[in-house]
Design a protein around this ligand. Structure first.
Ligand code: CTP
Ligand code: CA
Length: 226
């Protein structure tokens, strides 16, 4: 589908978008994953390209076709996603972390498939993954970095209060807050969100196509770039 009628207000801008959900290996055949489809991140990549941006899309386990005009890097784990995002962010104007990054990974990855045994299975010990968004925000305090950093937050309760705390904690400029659960957001073509703006008023985006939410996000990004 060709996207028409958009401003070319991101022309000459380099943007990085992460999409999908990371997988953390348990053994060669099993992983810990999440329900992210990548639809919102792909809509962001597509609309940014239509608005003239040079787009790098870092896609974690997404089964959608490559968006027109974007350079796509495919990754699996949070560690791989971190390497790809940080590398692409070095000279980027904007980074949007739409990917669902696993907070934890198994402490050890078994080289061989874990076999069913007579007794109960061993527990899987988890360790924390690096927080890529927080790292981008922190780095920017000491060295030149992306002018605009955008995070996403999936919350099941106290959506706005949790979102405001997260915006401050992550040091990002915009935080797109979705309510999740009860069939909302995951894998569906529509979404609604509140975009929290550092130093500004929140912007409500009504329920509609994920492309509309993407354009609303780029509108706010374009204002901060100009
Ligand atoms: N994120 C990240 N690296 C992680 C975890 C999350 O970069 N290890 C990013 C996500 O891509 C998203 C934002 O941080 O843009 C918020 O993710 P979310 O899961 O809502 O927040 P967390 O800080 O992980 O807190 P919690 O899951 O406990 O609510
Ligand atoms: Ca999380």
């Amino acid at each position: 589908r060709v996207l028409r009628g958009r401003p070319r207000d991101l022309a000459g801008r380099k943007v990085v978008v992460s999409a999908g959900g990371t997988r953390e290996a348990i053994d060669p055949v099993r992983y810990i994953g999440n329900r992210s489809s990548g639809l919102q991140g792909y809509a962001l990549a597509r609309t940014a390209a239509a608005r003239g941006a040079e787009v790098t899309l870092v896609a974690a386990n997404v089964t959608l076709p490559d968006p027109a005009g974007a350079k796509v890097a495919r990754v699996e784990s949070a560690a791989e996603l971190r390497d790809a995002v940080l590398a692409a962010s070095a000279d980027a104007d904007v980074v949007v972390m739409a990917a669902a990054v696993a907070d934890f990974r198994p402490a050890t990855r078994h080289d061989a498939k874990i076999k069913k045994t007579d007794g109960e299975p061993e527990a899987i010990h988890l360790v924390k993954n690096p927080d890529i968004l927080a790292e981008l925000g922190e780095r920017r305090r000491h060295e030149p970095g992306p002018r605009v950093i955008v995070g996403f937050a999936a919350e099941t309760h106290d959506v706005l209060a949790n979102g405001q705390a997260k915006l401050a904690r992550k040091g990002c400029d915009l935080l797109v807050v979705n309510q999740v659960g009860e069939g909302l957001a995951f894998g569906t073509p529509d979404n609604a969100a509140t975009v929290l703006v550092a130093g500004g008023e929140p912007v409500e985006v009504p329920f509609g196509p994920k492309e509309d939410l993407a354009d609303a996000i780029w509108d706010l990004v374009a204002v901060r770039l100009s």
